[in-house]
Structures are given as structure tokens and as C-alpha cells.
Design a protein around this ligand. Sequence first.
Ligand code: ATP
Length: 549
Amino acid sequence: MADATDQQPQTKSMDDIMSLCKRRGFIYQASEIYGGVNGFWDYGPLGAQLKKNLRDVWWQDIVMNPCQGKPGPKGEPISMVPVDTCIIQNPKVWEASGHVGGFNDPMVDCTESKKRYRADHLLCFPVIRDDETYDNATPIGYVASLSREQLLEQENKKVWKRIRKAFADSIGSNEHAGYSYGDERLYSELQPEERAAVLGPDASERGTLTEPRQFNLMFKTYLGATATEDDIAYLRPETAQGIFINFKNVVDTTRVSVPFGIAQTGKAFRNEVTPRNFTFRSREFEQMEIEFFCHPEEANDWYVFWRDWRMQWWQEIGLAGENLILREHDKDELAHYAKEGAGTSDIEYRFPFTAPGFGELEGIAHRSNYDLSAHQNHPESNTKLEYLDTTRGELAKNGQPKGERYLPDVIEPSAGLDRGVLAILCEAYTPDPERPSKVFMRFHPRVAPIKAAVFPLVNKDGMPEKAAELHQMLVKRFGHLGKIETDPKQSIGKRYARMDEAGCPFCFTIDGDTLTDGTVTVRDRDTAEQKRIPFDDVVEFVATGLGLG
Ligand code: ATP
């Protein structure tokens, strides 16, 4: 049987994964019967449960049992509380946070292919005549591509032919005239006259890319029936601001004290210009965000703590291996709110469509006190958000600290639930030509949508009744964690094959021997091996397999 470790995701086909997702009811195109709607996806029965399980595992490990009991940098227990805030807030929230003014991507349209690209994603590679050396050459133009790998990958195929054709006037019939890969520049950095000589990624002629234009990513709506300019509101582009604007409420109404975190999961909406790569870049998606408030002097330690623990968490739920990396941002990548010297990092997964590169799953950012001070300073918020820390400050005569007022710094681990589900689907997908299903989904038992299956070998001779009894026992004990499947029909091979594609870790079969010697067959999804265990041990067996034993 195939071993998942020798299956690099870049050898997996995204088309195959998407087709399994459709066939087995993980993910469907939204509004499919009307031709779909770009950037929106619906989750089917298995997908909805998988997504819920990932959200629940995050909630369990962040809110209920923060960091699975791991202590903070000074050995203190992690304090965390949840909130559930609205998708629509007062539009002033988005003014203060910088989203109304700044949540823009510079976009470039191709007048030939009608495709649209982000100007800061478009790499322009100089085209050099072959009779010039690279050092003193003046490029005769540029070839734009979304990545160096993409350009290299297509070499010797259509691309080179396309480039030769587009540059024929300058390179003439010189068979060997080439283009260089050195020192690419971003389209947004080129001068207008240089842009006129750029061959777009999907164009056949040069100069078909427009000047970059700003594009606001927030979805607008109107409150009330009149729909005037005064009634404009926005669907939240992130869940984080709902946490910041409730910081004072939480401090005033609970017993938390800094350092502590507020966690929330929920939908976010971005009118992405180029939604693509299945659910990776959608217009409606779900986030799982933590804002962790701490004293500025301790912020760097907390940043390191959260960065490392979040990485460990993704590894523990099944993304172990070289497809997951932690990437610390370069200085010039840091967001506007990042503090000088403070870190920002991404946890990235090598998806089949990003390979050999990686795509972001979660960002961990040291946001300093950017958001709290933006809300505090907005002329219409009228609210002091400073925190009174009674454990700090000079000592008073009675020996007690006088207290210190400050705006806490914030460490923000911000993860995408849909991207997490997608990474888990890609990682779990394991081709195995020897199985009837040809593929199985190697989900970590904590996130597997179906936790166990119970099958009577045949639908008679007392087997269905015994199977129903075991099914009920398992539902009672594990039903809150996921589905317990049972199915009396079809050949046992077909039933196993279906469970392989659904990623069910354990199948139990009731046969004639069960009724005489009280044992059942258990089949392991990953090895397809079967063994017999006592009927009475099944519940404990599953508990151990799910990490609850
Ligand atoms: P990107 O650079 O890919 O656009 P981002 O840096 O803008 O992402 P954040 O604003 O940090 O993303 O959002 C936090 C998380 O939300 C991301 O790590 C990602 O998992 C998820 N996310 C962001 N945009 C989308 C989207 N359009 N579709 C699905 N998930 C998304």
C-alpha cells in the first residue's frame, strides 16, 4: 500500500482532488445549477463536517484548553475568552481600521486576454538579445508572469514560441535570441514606457496591460430601505476588528487581566478581484482569529510563543512534513502596522497549485497597539481604551504597585478556516492504485468527518441487529465529534472503498463469528489491514484512535 510520506503534493493533481471533493460531497460550486458564482463555494455533507471539526478542534485548543495546557513565556497559564461579533458594524469601524481608505489592491487588466492581475504580484522578466551580455544589456521588453517557476515550467513549450513571436521585430530571426531570468521587477515598479514593452502572462502582443488601478475589496451594502449614500455599510473583511472594538467591554465585564487573548471564528468577505485556486482565494470565507493583548515589553516573547505554537498546532492536526513551512517576513514585506523590529510570519502550505512555492494558511503578526489606538483616536469613538494594569507601576506607601495605564500591544494569529480545510484535503489525498477506490483520504482522526463505520457483512442472520447495537454505542460516545456511519447494503469491498474516499479511520464489520465468539473485524484505513478484536473493546479502541483514550 502507498505510504503518504512518499506522495509529494506537487505530484498530486488539483483536478483529481477537486473531482473527489465534488464526487464525495466535500465541496460544491455555489449556485451550481445556475452556472455558479465566481469566488463562492458550498460545503456538502462531508465537507461541512470536516470544516466544523477543524473549527471545533481550533476552539477546543484555543478557547477551552488554550494551547493544550502549554504555559506562556513566563510559565503562566494562557488566558483566553471568546466573542461572536457582527458581520456588519458601524462603518466608522472600517474608517478607523484603515480598511475604507487603504484596503485596496492595485490591479492591472489585460486588454487582450481580459484577465486581471495584482500589480504587486506580476513579475516582469527582462528580455535580452542573445548577442548582448546580461550585464550591459538594455532589455528590449519584459515577459510578465506570476512566478519565476511558472515561467520556467512552461519553457520549451508554448511560452518560448509566444515570446519569440511577440518580440520578433526586435530579435529578428535569431533562433537563439533569449530572455533572461535575472533581476525581475514588479509591474508596479516599472515606468510607463517600460510597461508598454511588457508581454502579459496570457497575451500574444506586448503592451496590453493597463496602468495599475486601486480596487476596494470591501463588499458594500445599505442599511434600511432608502439606500442612500448615508446608509452605506460594509460586510466585514476580517473578524479581528469585532474583537478590538469589544476590548473594553470584555475587560470591564469579565475577570481577565493582561496578558490575555480574545478569540473568534466567523465569516469574512472580500471582493477579491481574481478569486482562484478552488477555495484558496474566495470572496466569502471563514477566519479563526486570536488577538492576544500583552504589555509592550513582553510582546516579542508572546510573538515567538504564538508563532511557534500555531506552527506546532497545524503539524499536530495532520500537516506534518515538508509541505508546511514557517516563513518569517522580510523587512520590506512588513505591514503598515508592524512595529519596527517586531516580527510577522506566515504559516504556509505547499498546495498543488502553488508548488514548488507555498500559500498562506495563517499569519502571525505583532500589530503593536495599532488597532486599539486607531479606535481610541477616531474622533467619533469617544472611548479611552487604555488598560489599567494593577500589577505594574511604582510602589505606593503600602507596598502595593500604583498601577500603570497603557494600550496593550497585540499579537494576532489569524488563520483561514477554508484554507485550512483545503490544505488538509490536499495533504490527506493519497493515491493508491492497489485499492478498489484508487485513493484514500488520510485525515487526522481529530478532523475526519466520519469517525468510524459499522457494517454487517450481510444484511441477515442477526448481523444487522448486532451492527445497529454497536452503531448506537459509538454514536452515544462519539457522535458529538463526527458521523458514525452504518450501511447494510452492497459488497463489503465497495463499502470499504467508500469509507476510504471519505477518510473514515476505522471500519468495523459484524460477521457470523461475531455472533458466536463475540469478536468483530476492524479495518485500518491507512494500512487496509484487518484484525479481530472483542466486540466489547470497540468503544475503547475508537477512543484510543481518536486520541481520547
Ligand atoms: P493573501 O495575501 O493571501 O490575500 P492576507 O495576508 O490578505 O492573504 P489576512 O488578511 O492576513 O490574509 O487574513 C488572514 C487569513 O485569512 C489568511 O491567512 C487566509 O488563511 C485567510 N484568507 C484571507 N483572504 C482569503 C480569501 N480570499 N479566501 C480564503 N481565505 C482567505
